[in-house]
Design a protein around this ligand. Structure first.
Ligand code: DC
Length: 220
């Protein structure tokens, strides 16, 4: 199976770019952030987001699953409920960053990610795909862009969805999540020695997708 890992910070365009590349190459695009977001949603619903022990306890009571439509669109289920759109809010973004620092949460989601990669050609996007989930992935791509560029993209996305946010707030969130994601003890966001760095600052989507497809074609 072809397993491509794309890691990188929040808002680097990983999901849109990886989705575009996967569609062109006929691979399944797996957005692993959705899994952490789903655990965060469950924690928020249960009022335990600030209590690590209770989050760990909650893991015993929840089922998280990924599904894929015929056109490759990923859906994520929490105890059978499709929560794919409910997890796309700033509150859940911050919550996901928080729960993702808990080792038991990462362990809880590990097999689910590996099973999909074992049985399918995938482009898997996340923070620790190359370093932890799929250490044999090839190529391993580390996608970046400046924090300002990433905040601008996310701001636009949120405004289009009707969220009431300011660019300054989004930039502060991006910086805070970068810090949390790269400084946590377990599976911090970082490139591996084999990672190919891809910087999308100033690129439009089509250019980024083309760059990623070229990297994949030259390195699988
Ligand atoms: O990619 P995203 O914004 O949907 O990710 C949400 C949070 O989940 C992010 O702050 C870090 C965490 N995450 C992670 O720790 N490991 C992954 N493989 C994917 C996401």
């Amino acid at each position: 199976m072809i397993n491509v890992a794309i890691d990188g910070p929040a808002g680097a365009g990983k999901s849109t770019i990886a989705k575009g590349a996967a569609a062109k190459l006929g691979y399944i695009y797996v957005d692993t952030g959705a899994l952490y977001r789903t655990v965060a949603l469950s924690a928020v619903r249960n009022g335990v987001l600030d209590d690590t022990d209770k989050i760990v306890e909650m893991l015993g009571d929840i089922k998280v699953k990924l599904g894929f439509d015929d056109d490759g669109t990923q859906c994520v289920y929490l105890n059978g409920e499709d929560v794919s759109s409910l997890i796309r809010t700033p509150e859940i973004s911050m919550g996901a960053s928080k729960v993702s620092a808990i080792p038991q949460v990462r362990e809880f989601l590990l097999d689910l990610q590996r099973d999909i990669a074992k049985n399918n050609n995938v482009i898997m996007d996340g923070r620790d795909i190359a370093t932890a989930v799929l250490p044999n992935a090839k190529p391993k791509i580390f996608l970046t862009a400046t924090a300002e560029c990433r905040a601008q993209r996310r701001y636009k996305e949120l405004v289009e969805k009707g969220e009431n946010v300011t660019y300054e707030d989004v930039l502060a969130d991006v910086n805070q999540r970068d810090y949390q994601d790269s400084h946590r003890e377990i599976a911090p966001l970082k490139p591996t020695d084999e990672s190919i760095m891809a910087d999308t600052t100033g690129m439009i989507l089509e250019e980024s997708v083309e760059m990623i497809i070229n990297i994949i074609k030259e390195n699988i």
